[in-house]
Design a protein around this ligand. Structure first.
Ligand code: GAP
Length: 501
């Protein structure tokens, strides 16, 4: 029977086996920042590769981009982030710790079971209308401080800016206030024209990007689930207005199946549709793909959001482009300027699209599937983790999908003598050209199998006494632990077939 995984088990395995470390650990660690170790970087790269292959390479209607993290400050004015990308926080008057208002729990909620079907907390409050959010902020008198446990002793809710600021340029006079991007999406919107002008894409088409984003989150959470520096995989899919609902359904299905096809158990995955009062003001519809993470009592939490962003962003950037002169006149200070009004003929503006079959020009609508790479990596780790009893011993293993496994094949000589290491080394040198392999000759072979089980390695190849006589090796499969004998000249084909790579 599959064990119910606790986050502590995952954190401990990640540390022990070099998947994920606390950042700057030798200096006591930096809160909410993590480093991926030798196995972790392979796993995370495989998650990114699987996304890129599925969303970009296997399709004829999506191209990729890799944009800079630092962008012109007006990008963030136009996108709304400079003014609106905030969390609403309240400070506990007793311990002075600030908490996101939407994360505060009622005191009684601790003892009562959560109502069935209740969704997870809203992950992000992107572009909230600050005034409306403050007006809507509930009565906090029954809320409990998650830090000190005091009930109902909060300041009035206040907005807290989530973008990290930095300076560009060495000279005081001409240095410019910049922001670390809080999402990768805007790099795509501002390159929409470049992609149109340099490729043969025709609507409907998408532009995809994977990259780092930064948010000065008020509350970070649960290992790599919510951090201040993280990686996103985002697709902006441009389509003709009126076809947007069809594409929204298409991407919902595509993205949900991506997780299932990479081994996430169906019972741990669901959609959560955003209610009308929860939608960002630019969004016509939004749904989260949620995973049942093992935090606390087990909680459904957002893995990815799929939104119908309408024509909002391209229209906003047309306004941003019209604001450029004002920005120069104002010495590059964003605070004192308002975004220019939209042109009356905005439908034929610089970010419009000309459909030559229909002979018409319009601003496309956008469907955006936006996934967190670190968060999906955590979900893949949690879902793959298992413990089972084997001959009176506990076997910890990661039942990763083959495409995600950091190491595909472990190669061992049974003993460190009788020519076995040399033969095993030759096999290793050959196979590592095709798969990520690991050679190990230290300790009892049973121990070496267990180490690879814990790393999630799907196959182990062992060279033994019989190999020296008939050129066959054993191939052991991680999940079933079954072993078969394969001739060394068939080994590469056998593994390629089994791994389906
Ligand atoms: N462009 C839309 C956008 O950025 P979002 O829901 O704020 O939407 C998309 O972010 C995804 O990025 C989330 O579903 C989540 O997986 C990931 N994400 C957001 N904030 C994060 C954080 N602080 N730490 C880790 N992942 C985060």
């Amino acid at each position: 029977m599959t064990k119910i995984t606790k986050l502590d088990d995952i954190v401990s395995l990640c540390k022990r086996r070099g998947f994920i470390f606390q950042s700057s650990e030798i200096y006591g660690g930096l809160a909410s920042c993590y480093d991926y170790g030798p196995l972790g970087v392979e796993l995370k790269n495989n998650v990114k590769k699987a996304w890129w292959k599925n969303v970009v390479q296997m399709r004829d209607d999506v191209v990729g981009l890799d944009c800079s993290i630092l962008m012109h400050p007006l990008v963030w004015k136009a996108s709304g982030h400079a003014d609106q990308f905030v969390d609403l926080v309240a400070e506990c008057k007793k311990c002075n710790i600030r908490t996101r208002v939407d994360h505060l729990k009622e005191k009684i909620a601790e003892t009562e079971p959560r109502p069935l079907g209740s969704g997870g907390t809203q992950e992000h409050t992107e572009h909230i209308a600050i005034d409306a959010a403050i007006a809507k902020a509930q009565d906090l008198s029954g809320k409990i401080c998650p830090n000190c446990g005091t009930v109902g002793q909060f300041t009035d809710p206040m907005p807290f800016r989530l973008m990290f600021e930095t300076q560009m340029g060495a000279n005081v006079d001409d240095s410019m206030l910049m922001y670390l991007r809080p999402e990768t999406a805007q790099g795509i919107f501002v390159n929409f024209r470049n992609v149109l002008d340099t490729t043969r894409v025709k609507i409907p088409f998408g532009i995809a990007q994977i990259g780092k984003s930064f948010r000065n989150e008020v509350t970070t959470k649960a290992f790599i689930f919510r951090t201040r520096e993280f990686e996103q995989a985002e697709l902006e899919f441009f389509c003709e207005p009126g076809t947007d609902e069809k594409w929204y359904e298409h991407w919902k299905e595509q993205r949900f199946n991506w997780y299932l096809n990479l081994g996430i158990k169906k019972e741990n995955l669901k959609f959560r549709v955003h209610e009308a009062d929860e939608l960002a003001h630019y969004a016509k519809a939004c749904v989260d793909v949620e995973y049942k993470f093992p935090f606390g009592s087990g909680d459904w939490q957002e893995l990815e959001g799929i939104a119908n962003r309408t024509d909002f962003d391209l229209r906003q950037h047309q306004r941003g482009m019209r604001t450029l002169n004002k920005w120069f006149e104002n010495d590059g200070n964003l605070n004192n300027i308002k975004l220019a009004e939209e042109a009356e003929d905005y439908q034929s503006g610089p970010l419009s699209y000309f459909d030559d079959e229909q002979r018409k020009r319009y601003i496309p609508y956008v469907i955006e599937p936006s996934a967190g790479i670190d968060r999906s990596t955590l979900a893949f780790l949690v879902d793959a983790y298992d413990e089972e009893e084997v001959r009176g011993e506990t076997r910890n293993l990661l039942r990763f999908h083959h495409a995600l496994a950091p190491i595909k094949v472990g190669i061992f000589p049974l003993v460190k003598k009788e020519g076995m290491p040399e033969v095993a080394q030759n096999i290793y040198n050959d196979l590592k050209k095709y798969f990520n392999c690991f050679y190990d000759e230290k300790g009892a072979v049973g121990r070496r199998y267990r180490r690879q089980d814990e790393a999630g390695t799907p196959f182990c190849v062992t060279v033994d006494g019989q190999t020296m006589q008939d050129n066959t090796v054993t191939v052991r499969e991680r999940d079933s632990m079954e072993q078969v004998r394969i001739s060394t000249d068939q080994l590469h084909n056998h593994l390629r077939e089994k791994l389906e790579l």
